[in-house]
Ligand binder design. Structure first.
Ligand code: ATP
Ligand code: MG
Length: 421
């Protein structure tokens, strides 16, 4: 048997229905917030990710799927959504649009060479939004509210929004200096990755999952103590806006996020359910002023977040949410002989076009087993065709609950079902 590649999964059955439901909720909320759908290629020039996610990030250092195509081009399967969206924003000159800011959302598979665990896959589905062209914390608050309201709408209530600020360049530089000073003393006691991070991107050390319980980690300098006046005011404003919208959040100075490009606002939405397991961050994001310039576009502020479907499915399960999935059909059309079969084909075509969920018999089984199928499908009505009725342009309609039957003119069938449904 040929098995699927490690870290991938097939989506089918109940989970596929749940994902379809999540997709509906996401599309609906994005419509309300007036965000526009965007799809970018599954692979990009490798450079796109080196310039954005950053050479020092875990993702680029050891998680990307890089390959050369037959024409010798260096390509990478996208490990995250922002870089491709920003590349597209620049290439398609969206910065020149009349309507600003540009508010986009995506919903795609991502690829990272990770150690697969529950809620951590090599191919995974992320939904995310990006807002480009607005630097006001007002939009940071909107983006956080969108991320938060998704869970409200899905019925996942046991969550917490954690926010932090990394500040502007000056604040970040000062903080970086303090971190280097702090960690330099004992860096040889830390993991190899952290030793590397100290040189390239010390902020990343705080994101380390290996050293996270070390004392030196716990008493590391806090970002908020290094914010300059303007950055601090901005962070204050964001909190006022979140309060205004009744979004419960916590300021958590340990959030720095795993990508290189963040500044000012960073946030995560965390599942609080105790049994949930280690992968408890459902969505995460932040502000990335400077990224558009890094990718050779005009100076443009941006903010976004991404949410992983696999963890949302686990969260729905953990919270015992009853996902509204329709497992029943409206009409089953049963028949026996060939003449009836043609009428069946005509009828299901007509009924489906009129909005009814219809099934019929495909395998030539007896009427008795067709009735059983109709029951299994929880069909509300069963239409039984026989040649005599058909000659009178009629069919037998059985209410599958009461088992009462009635002859109905084929021409009146849609109205009849509409009235009784
Ligand atoms: P983590 O700390 O869990 O590795 P990250 O910092 O790499 O997360 P982001 O790149 O910001 O996460 O991704 C945002 C969201 O995407 C995560 O909160 C999670 O829901 C989801 N996600 C990230 N990596 C994976 C993965 N390998 N498999 C499934 N979902 C993922
Ligand atoms: Mg990760």
């Amino acid at each position: 048997m040929i098995a699927k590649p490690k870290g991938t999964y097939d989506l089918y059955g109940e989970d596929a229905k749940k994902v379809a439901y999540i997709n509906d909720v996401l599309a609906a909320i994005c419509e309300k917030y007036n965000y526009e759908f965007i799809r970018t290629p599954v692979f990009e020039a490798t450079e796109v990710f080196h310039r954005s996610v950053g050479d020092a990030s875990d993702i680029v250092r050891k998680e990307t799927y890089d390959f050369e195509d037959r024409g010798g081009r260096e390509l990478t399967l996208r490990p995250e959504g922002t870089a491709g969206v920003v590349r597209s924003y620049i290439e398609n000159k969206m910065y020149g649009r009349d309507l600003q800011p540009v508010k986009l959302y995506y919903n795609e598979m991502m690829y990272r060479y990770e150690r697969p665990q529950q809620g951590r896959m090599r191919e995974f589905n992320q939904f995310g939004v990006e807002v480009l062209g607005c630097d006001d914390p007002f939009i940071d608050a909107e983006v956080i509210s969108l991320a938060y309201n998704i869970f409200k709408l899905l019925g996942i209530n046991n969550i917490r929004v954690n926010i932090n600020s990394l500040g502007d360049r000056e604040s970040r530089d000062n903080y970086r200096e303090a971190l280097v000073k702090h960690f330099s003393k004992d860096i040889d006691k830390m993991c190899e990755d952290c030793q590397e991070r100290l040189k390239k991107n010390p902020l990343r050390i705080l994101d380390c999952k290996v050293d996270k319980d070390l004392e030196i980690m716990k008493n590391a300098p806090k970002t908020l103590d290094y914010l300059n006046e303007e950055s601090a005011q901005r962070f204050q404003k964001l909190q006022e806006y979140l309060d205004l919208m009744d979004i419960t959040y916590e300021v958590n100075p340990n959030i720095v996020r795993g990508l290189d490009y963040y500044n000012h606002t960073v946030f995560e939405i965390e599942m609080l359910n105790e049994e949930f397991g280690a992968q408890n961050v459902l969505s995460a994001g932040g502000r990335y002023n400077g990224l558009v310039e890094n990718l050779q576009g005009p100076e443009t502020p941006g903010i976004g977040f991404a949410m992983g479907f696999e963890r949302v499915l686990l969260a729905l399960e953990a919270e015992g949410v009853n996902v509204p999935i329709n497992n029943s059909i409206d009409v089953f059309v049963g028949y026996v002989n060939d003449e009836e079969k043609e009428t069946a084909l005509y009828l299901v075509q007509d009924l489906r076009l009129n909005g009814f969920i219809c099934e019929t018999e495909y395998l030539g089984r007896s009427l008795k087993s067709q009735f059983k199928t109709a029951d299994k499908l929880q069909s509300k009505y069963v239409i039984i065709l026989n040649s005599d009725d058909i000659k009178n342009f009629e069919v037998k309609v059985r209410d599958n609950k009461t088992k009462e039957e009635e002859n109905v003119k084929i021409n009146d069938l849609v109205d009849y079902l509409d009235m009784n449904m």
